[in-house]
Design a protein around this ligand. Sequence first.
Ligand SMILES: NC(=O)C1=CN([C@@H]2O[C@H](COP(=O)(O)OP(=O)(O)OC[C@H]3O[C@@H](n4cnc5c(N)ncnc54)[C@H](OP(=O)(O)O)[C@@H]3O)[C@@H](O)[C@H]2O)C=CC1
Ligand SMILES: O=C(CO)[C@H](O)[C@H](O)COP(=O)(O)O
Length: 521
Amino acid sequence: MAGFTTIAMIGCGSMGGGMALLFAENAISVSLFDPSESTMDAVIAKAEKAGYHKRVHKFTDYKSLCNSFSTPRLLVFSLPHGTVGDNVLEGLMPHLSRNDIILDCGNEHYANTERRQKRCEEPGVRYIGCGVSGGYQAARAGPSMSPGGDESALKQILPLLQKVAAKDKDGKSCVGIIGNGGAGHYVKMVHNGIEHGMMSAICEAWGIMRQLGMGYEEIGEEFAKWNASGELKGTFLVSIGADLSHKRKPGKESSPESSNHPLVISEVLDKVVQDITGEEGTGIWSNTEAINLHAPAFTLNVAHAFRLASAYRGDREQANKTFDGGFPPQKIQVRDRAAFVEDLRQATYAACLASYIQGMNVVAAADEEHGWDIDYAQVWQIWRAGCIIQADYISDEILAPVLKAPSVNASSIHLQHDARTARDIRNAYPSLRRVVAKAVETDQVAPALSVTLEYFKVIAGTDLPTVFYEAELDYFGSHMYDKKGDSDAQVKKPVEGKHHFEWKPAVSQAEACGKGKKLPS
Ligand SMILES: NC(=O)C1=CN([C@@H]2O[C@H](COP(=O)(O)OP(=O)(O)OC[C@H]3O[C@@H](n4cnc5c(N)ncnc54)[C@H](OP(=O)(O)O)[C@@H]3O)[C@@H](O)[C@H]2O)C=CC1
Ligand SMILES: O=C(CO)[C@H](O)[C@H](O)COP(=O)(O)O
């Protein structure tokens, strides 16, 4: 079958607009659809400027949109998740034909994706849930893409996606068939959970460097060094951190970035509001999933709670007054600043690696539960370039040996049991401990870094204080416990305890109130 020469782009905002231009750049005609004509006009204007104007056209109703190209059609969604996608699908349905393909490139919840896949079965439309990563710059230049769903449709669209997707350093496309059902959207959702863990660690390191007395641009230079070599080599979020640290507001004068203009970062307020707008998505879903699947994800969970708390700027200001100024970070004094900054780099790496470990455990648990048959080598490939969590060292040294192993499957994805991961964690641990200790001593805000230290202590600990937790549970709830010596070492899944001790027998109300005493009325 010949490849697609025309596609529809439904939703032409930051991501959809960029992808429309990307397809047009790759010689594909693009039929635009968006409620806002001015949004489509802006895309067409950019296409004209780039010389692809004959390939981009706008449509204002589903019928003419679907009549603008021949079947089997490829319709790309780049929409807000939830009801918008449902409504668009229902609106399109009367105009679709058997074998048409919908490629949903938004951040949709995998359960919605699977519901729509079922809805599309009877009319014979194939619905692919495709995570897209890299933000609007990558949407335009080539994003990382994680499609999942019907195999025949995936095979049909893969050549086109390979053309437009980001390319890794070996020239290979960062797109691949991830698995069936909602696997593609699920992997993107977890990507965002990992992204948030990494962003938290990096911003906490930034805050600590500020209290070490480092200037904004000096921190940018440090991030550039972290990104150039070592364990954070090629880490996209560190590299953009290096870049943004030097950005100044353009002025009216001839020199657009005069050093007299304020650095943009110096004007940014300390709140992340993405999770409480009523349109929130992947940040919440990935953490909810971790909890529902019983996957300990300390770094991801706390990064999320940190973002959330930061959003309440007004409340924080009020509490700051109630607490007589709160607990502001103090200037950090260290004897050897270079050595401490190196500790900070290692600590940041440890939290980034922890985010990957936790995220991969969530993916593997979901894969086992849903039977998505995830292709882990493809997961590795799509995160090589073009995406927000790109981290070259982690990809090459930690993920490749595990995710590309010939026998890999959901039950073998436990990065914390891998010797290379353990080596790096053992190496970074003393630095992480020194950073957290200094942060505690001087009231630095370091939730993801601190909890990562706890995470490693807990997951590799065999003498946890949960002894007492378990005892209290059995005391009041008869929840049972195992005894030292009842080893779980051979058991992969958690097992409940077998013993109960009658710590305090239940007594009648009269006895509880004391013999002879009156019962409360
Ligand atoms: N921004 C990012 O970095 C990334 C975003 N994503 C995901 O991509 C998707 C799009 O995000 P983004 O481009 O940032 O968001 P935008 O809000 O910029 O774009 C969404 C577009 O969808 C349009 N839209 C709304 N309702 C309809 C409808 N009924 N029919 C057709 N179009 C409609 C909106 O139009 P209007 O504004 O006129 O209502 C808007 O142009 C989301 O799912 C997002 O989570 C994925 C990766 C990265
Ligand atoms: O996907 C992303 C990055 O990878 C985008 O940041 C996206 O806008 C996140 O949206 P949401 O918080 O609604 O999931």
